[in-house]
Write a protein that binds this ligand. Structure first.
Ligand code: PBG
Length: 328
């Protein structure tokens, strides 16, 4: 090809960092990031989670400090998970007004409630002795409709304690409607629902089960969470149902192995789409980085960028505070 030929050169816009920044279309902003936090009843000191280096189970006191620090770093929100001292078959601590999550939500509402979005994970697995996300039938199966009554009660307890957004993660059919109805009739019309709408039965949740002490004592969650081998239509259908039932934000989980799902969901809804970069995604990067095999900070930025590029506007990530601090 002659040198004078007017070749189209995409590389021209990659010449300098300022040029690349100017033409970039995917940007991370601290306000898009939500930090998951764990609070455990009955401990005197924060407990490290061995499979998630850098993540701890907080005391009420250390939780308050971690939340203040995250908000100062600019995160858009925090989402709280509670680990009660005692568990039973119905997960009684989940909606106990004196349960650890309710106490911690009230602490955070007082401390940072005006400056951030205070979210609460809404599920039963951290609170049940069998570790499943719902009540069990005599045959040991998760009873969908009986579980909805529990979720409704938990939603009201969390709202009363100060949660501004409840995030049902149990994948029961009809959970968004049951929660919306309960919140509205208790006077919490203003509390939003961020639905874990497309949530897969994923091995990437492994480290979380250490953090939240919620591994199922028998069986697995494949009868309620989605099959990774299901087609995109399954995800879009789950999302449509949650939209009809009154969800305000739609979540996809996990994130990196499900970028196609994020993309399909973002194309199909008019609501904000969140993605959860889960514990296993975090642990893999931390482990490889600890071995010197990857550049930790660049991999973190690249994964978050990919999740944003796929169409998520909100990202739940255990790196939220660190990344937000680096961006601002
Ligand atoms: C269920 C819940 C889980 C996670 C968030 N909410 C565990 C599960 O479904 O088994 C996983 C989060 C993570 O892996 O980081 N309450």
């Amino acid at each position: 090809m002659p040198a004078s030929h007017p070749v189209t050169r995409p590389r021209r816009l990659r010449t300098t960092a300022p040029l690349r920044a100017m033409v970039a279309s995917v940007r991370l902003h601290p306000a898009d990031l939500v930090l998951p936090l764990f609070v455990k009843e009955g401990i005197a000191e924060p407990q490290p989670v061995s499979s998630m280096p850098g993540v701890v189970q907080h005391t009420r006191d250390s939780l308050r400090k971690a939340a203040v620090e995250a908000v100062r770093a600019g995160v858009g929100g925090v989402i709280l998970f509670g680990i009660p001292a005692a568990k039973d078959a119905r997960g009684s601590a989940a909606d106990d007004p004196a349960g650890i999550v309710q106490l911690a939500l009230a602490d955070l509402a007082a401390e940072v409630g005006g400056d951030t979005v205070l979210m609460a994970d809404l599920c039963l697995d951290e609170y049940t002795d069998h570790g499943h996300c719902g009540l069990l039938t005599a045959r040991g199966e998760v009873d969908n409709d009986a579980t909805l009554h529990r979720y409704a009660a938990i939603a009201v307890a969390q709202a009363r304690a100060g949660a501004q957004v409840v995030a049902p993660s149990g994948m029961m059919d009809g959970q968004v409607e049951a929660i919306r109805t309960a919140l509205d009739s208790a006077g919490y019309q203003g509390v939003a629902i961020c639905s874990y709408a497309a949530k897969y039965a994923s091995a990437f949740y492994g480290p979380f089960r250490d953090a939240a002490e919620c591994a199922p004592q028998f069986g697995d969650r494949a009868a309620y969470q989605q099959d990774p081998a299901a087609g995109l239509a399954d995800a879009v259908r789950e999302v449509e149902l949650d939209v009809q039932q009154g969800a305000d934000i739609i979540m996809v989980k996990p994130a990196l192995a499900y970028l196609d799902v994020i993309s399909a969901v973002a194309a199909s809804v008019q609501l904000p789409v969140a993605a959860y970069q889960v514990s296993g995604e975090y642990a893999m990067v931390e482990a490889a980085a600890a071995n010197g095999w990857i550049d930790r900070d660049r991999v973190i930025a690249e994964t978050l960028t990919a999740i944003r590029r796929a169409g998520a506007s909100i990202i739940l990530t255990y790196w939220a505070a660190e990344v937000a601090a680096g961006l601002s």
